[in-house]
Write a protein that binds this ligand. Structure first.
Ligand code: PLP
Length: 354
C-alpha cells in the first residue's frame, strides 16, 4: 500500500512544555486509512489534523464498535525519537479488534505508518524531563446504520498529543478505593480489549471514589467480587512476603505492556514474580500480618503508580509506611531509563524512529 502525505500549510504554535497536562494538545498531522469489504484496508494517508464529518447514524456512536491503543514516543538525550514496545501495542490492537469483530490491520504496516507520522511531527516530541508524545491509534465502525451487527466499513486513525510529566510534582503514592458496588468487566466479555465501553463503564465508580477523596478505583472480579483485577486504568502488583504478585490474565483484565515489562524486568533481576489469583481478603490479611510491603499500579501514562492507602468497606490500610517502596522505585527508574534511552536497552524493547 502506498502511503500519501499531505502537509499542513498552517502549522500550530507549540504549547508551553510546562503546561502540557494530558491529552489536550494535538499535533499538526494525523494518519488515516479506511476499510471496506471490497477494498480491505485502503487509502493510507498522512493529512493535516482535522475533524471527521460523521453521519449521525455512524455505528460507532450508537453501538460502541471501536477499539484504541495508547503508547508514547520519547526524546532521548541526543535528541533522537524512540518508541517503547510498539509492536506489542499493534498486536494488542488486533486482539482488541478480534473481540469487537473489527478487521485486523497489518501490524508492520501500521508501525511503519506511525514512524512516518512521527518523523514528520518530531518537533512535537517535547524535551522537558518526563514529557513525551502520547500516541492514540483508534479504529471506529463507520457504517451509517441503525441495528446491531458488525459494521462493513471502518476508519483507522492515529493522533498524537504532547503530554507533561506524570509526576511533575514528584513520585508519590495514591489512595485507592475498592469498589464492592461496581465491576469494570466480566470474563467472557471484552475486559481484555481496549474498547470505549470499558472506560464508560468505569466512570460512575471513579466519580464515587473521588467523592470519597480517593484517586483510583480498585476493581474486583465481576463474578465473585472476591479477586483483585486492576486499579483505575492500570494493572496492579503487590509485594507480599518479598514476592511480587499480580493477578493472572483471565480475559477480563487488560494485558498491560507495562505489566509485562515489570514481570520480565523483575525476573531478570532475580526477584520472584508470580501471576495468580489474589483475593482482596488475602491483601488485607497480608497487611495485618505485616507481610504486605508494597502495592503499585503499572501503565503507559504513569509507568508505576505506588499505592499508599487502600479502602475496602470500613477498613482503611496504609501500605508500608505510606511512602514509595523500594520495588516500585527501582522499577519506575529502570523502565523510565530504558524509555528515555538513559540506560541500555538490554531487553530489546526500543524501536528507534528518527
Ligand atoms: C484498563 C487498563 N488496564 C491496564 C492498562 C495498562 O496497560 P499498558 O501498560 O499497556 O499501558 C491500561 C492502559 O493502557 C488500561 O486502560
Amino acid at each position: 500500500m502506498q502511503l500519501t502525505i499531505t502537509k499542513s500549510e498552517t502549522p500550530k504554535p507549540k504549547p508551553d512544555e510546562t503546561q502540557l497536562g494530558f491529552g489536550s494538545f494535538f499535533t499538526d498531522h494525523m494518519f488515516v486509512m479506511d476499510y471496506s469489504r471490497e477494498n480491505g484496508w485502503h487509502n493510507p494517508r498522512i493529512e493535516p489534523y482535522h475533524s471527521f464529518q460523521l453521519d449521525p447514524a455512524t455505528m460507532m456512536l450508537h453501538y460502541g464498535q471501536g477499539i484504541f491503543e495508547g503508547l508514547k514516543a520519547y526524546r532521548t538525550q541526543d535528541g533522537s525519537i524512540q518508541l517503547f514496545r510498539p509492536r506489542d501495542n499493534f498486536k494488542r490492537l488486533n486482539r482488541s479488534s478480534e473481540l469487537l469483530c473489527i478487521p485486523p490491520v497489518e501490524e508492520s504496516f501500521a508501525l511503519e505508518a506511525l514512524k512516518q507520522l512521527l518523523t514528520l511531527e518530531k518537533d512535537w516530541v517535547p524535551r522537558a524531563k518526563g514529557t513525551s508524545l502520547y500516541i492514540r491509534p483508534t479504529v471506529i465502525a463507520t457504517d451509517p446504520f441503525l441495528g446491531v451487527r458488525a459494521s462493513f466499513t471502518y476508519r483507522f486513525f492515529i493522533i498524537l498529543s504532547p503530554v507533561g510529566a506524570y509526576y511533575a510534582e514528584g513520585f508519590h503514592p495514591v489512595k485507592i478505593f475498592v469498589t464492592k458496588e461496581h465491576v469494570r468487566a466480566v470474563r467472557g466479555g471484552v475486559g481484555e480489549a481496549k474498547t470505549p465501553g470499558n472506560y464508560a463503564a468505569s466512570l460512575l465508580a471513579g466519580n464515587k471514589a473521588h467523592d470519597e477523596g480517593y484517586t483510583q478505583v480498585l476493581w474486583l472480579d465481576g463474578v465473585s467480587q472476591e479477586f483483585v483485577e486492576e486499579v483505575g486504568a492500570m494493572n496492579i502488583f503487590f509485594v507480599i512476603d518479598g514476592e511480587i504478585v499480580t493477578p493472572e490474565l483471565n480475559g477480563s483484565i487488560l494485558p498491560g505492556i507495562t505489566r509485562d515489562s515489570v514481570i520480565r524486568l523483575a525476573r531478570s533481576w532475580g526477584l520472584p514474580v508470580r501471576e495468580r489469583k489474589i483475593a482482596i481478603s488475602e491483601v488485607l490479611n497480608a497487611h495485618a500480618s505485616g507481610a504486605l510491603s508494597e502495592i503499585f499500579g503499572s501503565g503507559t501514562a504513569a509507568v508505576i503508580s505506588p499505592v499508599g492507602e487502600l479502602k475496602y468497606g470500613d477498613t482503611v490500610i496504609t501500605v508500608g509506611d505510606g511512602t514509595v517502596g523500594p520495588v516500585s522505585n527501582r522499577l519506575f527508574n529502570a523502565i523510565q531509563d530504558i524509555q528515555y534511552g538513559v540506560s541500555e536497552d538490554v531487553m530489546g524493547w526500543i524501536e528507534p524512529v528518527c
